[in-house]
Design a protein around this ligand. Structure first.
Ligand code: GLV
Ligand code: GLV
Length: 329
């Protein structure tokens, strides 16, 4: 008997094929996020859920899935799932780490360069027909090479950023609750520093932390006030890590030079005024959005789900303690 699963949005073809082969799939027929009622309805007879970072999976939804055994998140971040509630209900939760590291760092790097060199503003200028010839003061921006990159969060993606910075001959400062080993720091030419020192001394501050209670509004008015007036903030992590209202104020008053954002505090909304600011480059949460990476994430999410449904420990389980329970032994 195939296990019944709910897939909250159509995923890349390879993943869907794998799921259809091994499970009885109910797929959200719409190209939009499912409502809470639709999730509750859809989960009533399902053992598996394959969901996205746009689905809030709380205890009410879990309780609607009386037979629910596995929640497979199509993302590395899993702040959208109440993992504690899942563990209490002996539901496995999985994510997609590793495969998106380099793709996300590429996008963060693209944002960093686009923000410093005013790429989007300049492109708009060309398209409007405003270019009347070379000018000595036309679109002056900030340099990247040789500057200081401050990484807040030094997991896989933070380290991938540090590797890119080597090619630009940058000084790399980082802060994380976990310090790297001295060998790792040496390999990346990265210096560990206090949070405030990273903010004060960096020309680019790039955020690579997960969203957890201690990182909510990690960057607010106080932190922005510590940053250099010529510095840039890059956020490809999670929107609520930044107090977006305070950021709009800092950009408007030129407290900092610019920001490159891929994530927002209340997606898909933006804080009032943000979209009007020329010193912000704004992307629609596409850091992992390459064809290859989304294909790999899909296969990984499908394999995690299938393994969990077969009573095995999924390769990327975030609450493996659930497997300590007798039914998985
Ligand atoms: C994307 O934001 C992810 O967490 O995979
Ligand atoms: C996520 O993949 C991270 O550890 O940075």
């Amino acid at each position: 008997m195939k296990k019944k699963v709910l897939v909250t949005r159509k995923l890349p073809d390879d993943a869907m094929k794998l799921l259809y082969e091994t499970c009885e799939v109910e797929l959200n027929p719409y190209d939009r996020v499912m409502t809470e009622d639709e999730l509750i309805q859809g989960l009533s007879d399902k053992q598996g859920l394959l969901c996205l970072l746009t689905d809030t999976i709380n205890s009410t939804i879990m309780d609607a899935g009386k037979d629910l055994k596995v929640i497979s998140n199509y993302a590395v971040g899993f702040n959208n799932i109440d993992v504690k509630a899942a563990t209490e209900r002996r539901i496995l939760v999985t994510n997609t780490p590793g495969v998106l590291t380099e793709t996300t760092a590429d996008l963060a790097w693209a944002l960093l360069m686009a923000t410093a060199r005013r790429i989007v503003e300049a492109d708009g200028f060309m398209r409007r027909g405003d270019y009347k010839g070379w000018g000595p003061m036309l679109f002056l921006g900030g340099d990247v090479f040789g500057k200081t990159l401050g990484l807040i969060g030094m997991g896989r993606i933070g380290c991938a950023m540090a590797r890119r910075a080597l090619g630009f001959n940058m000084r790399v400062l980082y802060y994380d609750v976990n310090r790297l080993s001295l060998d790792e720091e040496k390999a990346l030419s990265a210096e560990y520093a206090d949070f405030d020192v990273v903010l004060r001394e960096s020309d680019f501050v790039s955020l690579h932390v997960p969203l957890v209670p201690s990182t909510r509004h990690l960057i607010g008015a106080r932190e922005l006030s510590l940053m250099k007036a010529t510095s840039y903030l890059i956020n490809t992590s999670r929107g609520p890590v930044v107090d977006e209202k305070a950021l709009v104020e800092a950009l408007r008053s030129r407290r900092i030079a610019g920001a490159g954002l891929d994530v927002y505090e209340n997606e898909p909304e933006m804080a009032p005024g943000l979209a009007k600011l020329e010193n912000a480059v704004l992307l629609p949460h596409i850091a992992s959005a390459s064809v290859d990476t989304r294909t790999k994430m899909g296969a990984m999410a499908a394999r995690n789900l299938i393994a969990g449904l077969a009573g095995k420990l999924p390769p990327n389980c975030v609450n493996p303690e659930v497997c300590g329970k007798p039914e998985y032994s």
